[in-house]
Design a protein around this ligand. Structure first.
Ligand code: AMP
Ligand code: TRP
Length: 342
């Protein structure tokens, strides 16, 4: 078996840690929906087991974050009849393959993971073992479905490369050439790194203490318009072309956001708005953002009013996911010589 024999299958995961923002939408969810409509076989996972690596949000906090993320997926147009949508903890095979991959990955590989270093900070001794093993579980998420493509933001590139290394080493160590495909990261478009509205050198993030730094998917039209009006810029008007925005990260970020929301290239935005002052450009961006985003928040609130329906959708998705994952885990066990009478 070679890589080419694996069917084209997309897998991606998002942590239920609350407050989805424009970066998650443009860098992840919007693209997930486009791929579903593009005839990919698509599996999207709410990675609740990953979410506890950095702390527990409490029972209600966990439940509401998972439901909120599901509602966001649905409100953005994800169709659970076209894609598989489920939460990770309902499919036990993720943890099982995650363990096996913890034994495949090497300490030296894990020590190079920059996300662990960022998240653990100075006090790595007090970080959970799970935070350290996080990328091995992520590799299991992907490879459990023999997924070939993984749409993610730029910050996940290193983890997908690790998944490729794990797949390669597993296939080699256990004499199973081509069993696990080598997944390709899909990091495309102008919105793979949406920056903070307050500081063009920092990425937009839910962990930024300033709510003004991000557009949340739950923000209403007023909040969206106000945050864009107040977004940090420099005093110069927009240059006539993209090159002129070099060294002006805040201005470039607003142009990129405009391009992603309008689904045109940044060059096209500059052709239309080059030379405009921010007092002209920002209201146009605000109108566009409200038109594209405000209804998502409304739809999320409508969906969240019926949590039992959300749970039912996740349960059905988990059954579909397990139907793909379980035979692949069984085959993995068989390759490794784990005895089973099933
Ligand atoms: P996280 O909420 O960090 O788990 O991210 C969920 C998804 O959103 C991942 O695919 C990230 O790469 C993507 N993402 C997060 N922040 C940004 C951002 N500022 N710009 C673009 N994509 C992002
Ligand atoms: N680590 C990813 C993030 O923080 C979330 C994730 C977990 C993921 N498992 C995955 C992404 C598998 C893609 C594929 O965004």
């Amino acid at each position: 078996m070679t890589e080419a024999t694996h069917t084209r299958r997309v897998f991606s995961g998002v942590q239920p840690t609350g407050d989805l923002h424009l970066g998650n939408y443009l860098g992840a969810v919007k693209r997930f929906v486009e791929m579903q409509n593009d005839d990919w076989e698509a599996i999207y996972c709410i990675v609740d087991l990953h979410a506890i690596t950095a702390g527990w949000a409490g029972r209600e906090g966990m439940r509401s974050a998972t439901r909120e993320l599901t509602a966001a997926f649905l409100a953005c147009g994800l169709d659970p009849d076209k894609s598989v949508l489920f939460n990770q903890s309902q499919v036990a095979a993720h943890s099982q393959l995650g363990w096996i991959f913890s034994c495949t990955a090497r300490m030296g590989w894990m020590n190079r993971m920059t996300q662990f270093k960022d998240k653990a900070g100075k006090n790595a001794e007090r970080a959970s073992l799970g935070l350290y093993a996080y990328p091995a579980l992520q590799a299991a998420d992907i490879l459990l479905y023999h997924a070939t493509h993984v749409p993610v933001g730029e910050d996940q590139r290193q983890h997908i490369e690790l998944a490729r290394d794990i797949a390669t080493k597993f296939n080699l160590d256990f004499g199973a050439e081509g069993f696990f495909p080598l997944p390709e990261p899909l990091i495309e478009g102008v919105a793979t790194r949406v920056m903070s509205l307050r500081d063009g050198s920092k990425k937009m993030s839910k962990s930024d203490p300033s709510d003004q730094s991000r557009l949340n998917l739950t923000d209403d039209a007023d909040a969206i318009a106000k945050k864009i009006r107040k977004a940090k810029t420099d005093p110069e008007p927009l240059s006539s072309d993209l090159e002129g925005l070099e060294g002006r990260p805040e201005a470039l970020n607003l142009v990129n956001i405009y391009a992603a929301l309008a689904e045109v290239s940044p060059d096209a935005v500059m052709a239309e708005h080059g030379g405009a002052s921010f007092s002209t450009f920002k209201p146009m961006l605000a109108d566009l953002a409200v038109a594209r985003l405000a209804h998502i928040g409304d739809e999320m609130r409508r969906i969240l009013a019926e949590p039992a329906e959300i749970d039912r959708i996740l349960g059905k998705g988990a059954d579909k996911a397990a139907a793909i994952a379980d035979p692949i885990l069984e085959k993995t066990h068989d390759i490794m010589g784990f005895v089973s009478s099933r």
